[in-house]
Write a protein of this length. Structure first.
Length: 101
């Protein structure tokens, strides 16, 4: 299994609306690509939240090929939709991990 992890710091003033959008629109769109079978939202603790909370969204893929398909076909358009909606009110960092046990 592979995990595509997106860590996002969100400005406090949009946090509530952003979370609603994330759960009702963005995650369903990502899952609708068929590249991932599950998504989990986590909030990071014990970090500096003075500029807003930080979340990690972990998307699970059965194979590296599924992850690659997402990156090659869907990622750019979905990222652009995020920027079009929220502008610079968030910062995102992405990584991919392989589950080893």
């Amino acid at each position: 299994m592979y995990i595509y992890n997106v860590t996002i710091k969100v400005r406090e003033d949009i946090q509530s609306l952003w979370m609603e959008w994330l759960q009702q629109e963005h995650i369903p769109e990502v899952l609708a690509t068929g590249c991932f079978y599950n998504a989990t939202i986590l909030r990071l603790l014990e970090i500096d939240d003075s500029e807003g909370p930080t979340y990690a969204i972990q998307y699970k893929a059965e194979s590296k090929a599924s992850y690659n398909q997402y990156i090659e076909i869907y990622a750019e358009a979905l990222r652009q939709k995020s920027f079009d909606k929220w502008g610079d009110a968030f910062i995102a960092f992405r990584s991919v991990m392989q589950v080893v046990n």
